[in-house]
Structures are given as structure tokens and as C-alpha cells.
Design a protein around this ligand. Structure first.
Ligand SMILES: Cc1cc2nc3c(=O)[nH]c(=O)nc-3n(C[C@H](O)[C@H](O)[C@H](O)COP(=O)(O)O)c2cc1C
Length: 197
């Protein structure tokens, strides 16, 4: 079985192993509005939550400045607001399309044909057909080596009727997609094993 000291690997080889091992990863489909009023939408799978009782979510992106910075982190740092949409399986292809590197004055909502709806608390749109959307304000950001980590305070949630059972959100009803290593996605079909403890 091959074993590797991380120091002996190239950054590309390290990334391949880490991204294949940390999988499947949930995808935050993040909507923002720029200070110039352009609605932006892009997927981020370096994503998770920290606290659930006092909900904080985080995602990360390459640390960059000026024109090299992606639109999403720039919009979040400038407006202090973003929405995390759960990707419905039916919109997986559109989600992938929104990862296109468009100019800052072009909106991925139009480019990928994604319908938007208004948020309640923040000045950004949400994905109208997402079963769950979390409206966030900027909690903090920090640099970790070559990455910028963005943390968001979840202020408001939208949960669609279709994923409720007895008025409560039902994880088994949420069809979403996640990312595996390489170019692969996976769906969220539960397996025949329930938690025992
Ligand atoms: C499924 C998926 C997951 C991605 N995850 C990340 C991520 O975690 N961090 C990141 O910086 N880019 C990620 N990307 C790439 C961004 O979506 C891509 O760079 C996009 O153009 C950023 O858009 P923006 O400039 O409008 O923010 C991912 C792409 C895909 C398709």
C-alpha cells in the first residue's frame, strides 16, 4: 500500500488525495449581490457548518486580492451577506454551469437559467427551487495558508413544504447532490443503515 510523506508530494498530488479522501462533500450553492447590484451564484464544496445550535457555516476559497479574487468572496467581504442554497438534484447541471468564470458584471442566474427569489433579511437573491436556503451575514474571515475561510452567521432559513414531515424538516426528503474527488458528483440516497446510538 503506497504511503506518502506529504512533503514528498506535489501540491497537485496532495490535492488529489485530500479531495478524494474528504468526500462526499456537501455543496453550498452561494448567492450574493455585488456592490454594483449584480446577482452572483456559484458552488463551493469546501463547505460545512461549525455550530448548529447557534448556527455558523463556513466555506473557503483561494486567498487572493484585487482582480484575482473570485466574485463570491469579494461580494461577501464587501456586503457582509450571502445565502447558502441546498442544490436540488434536478438543478445539478445548472449548479455545475454556475461554476463558469464569468465577468463580475455578468450574472450566473441568467447564464445558467436559474430562477431566483428574494431573501428576507439580506440583500441577495436565493435559488427559488432550493428546498433549503440559509441567509447569512458575515461572522468573520481568516486566512489559513493559501485559503480564505469565510464564516457566516445563519440569520434566517427557508424550508420548502415538500421536505417536511409533521411540520419538521425531514432529511430523507431532501434530494441533493454532493461532490466526490475528481470530476464526480453523487446523490444523497440513504442506505439501509440507521444510527444505533
Ligand atoms: C461542485 C463545485 C465545487 C466547488 N467548490 C469550490 C470551493 O470550495 N472553493 C472555491 O474557491 N471554488 C470552488 N469551486 C469553483 C467555483 O465555483 C468557481 O471558481 C466559480 O467560478 C466561482 O464563481 P464566482 O467568481 O462567481 O465566485 C467549485 C466548483 C464546483 C463545480
Amino acid at each position: 500500500m503506497p504511503e506518502h510523506d506529504i512533503e514528498s508530494l506535489t501540491p497537485r498530488e496532495r490535492a488529489r488525495i485530500i479531495k478524494s479522501a474528504v468526500a462526499p462533500r456537501p455543496i453550498a450553492w452561494i448567492s450574493t449581490t455585488s456592490v454594483d447590484g449584480v446577482d452572483n451564484l456559484a458552488p463551493f464544496s469546501s463547505y460545512n457548518y461549525i455550530s448548529s445550535a447557534e448556527p455558523v457555516v463556513l466555506f473557503n476559497t483561494p486567498y487572493a486580492e484585487g482582480d484575482d479574487q473570485k466574485d463570491t468572496p469579494r461580494n461577501v467581504l464587501e456586503t457582509e451577506a450571502f445565502a447558502v442554497n441546498v442544490v436540488p438534484e434536478a438543478l445539478a447541471e445548472q449548479m455545475d454551469t454556475t461554476s463558469a468564470d464569468l465577468d463580475a458584471d455578468e450574472s450566473e442566474f441568467e447564464f445558467a437559467g436559474v430562477e431566483r427569489a428574494d431573501c428576507e433579511r439580506i440583500d441577495a437573491p436565493r435559488v427559488a427551487d432550493a428546498a433549503v436556503t440559509m441567509e447569512c451575514t458575515l461572522y468573520d474571515s481568516l486566512r489559513v495558508r493559501d485559503r480564505l475561510v469565510i464564516l457566516g452567521d445563519v440569520e434566517y432559513v427557508h424550508v420548502d413544504e415538500s421536505v417536511l414531515t409533521d411540520g419538521q424538516i425531514d432529511a430523507a426528503k431532501i434530494d441533493t447532490v454532493a461532490r466526490l474527488g475528481g470530476p464526480y458528483y453523487t446523490d444523497s440516497e440513504p442506505i439501509e443503515l440507521e444510527r444505533q446510538f
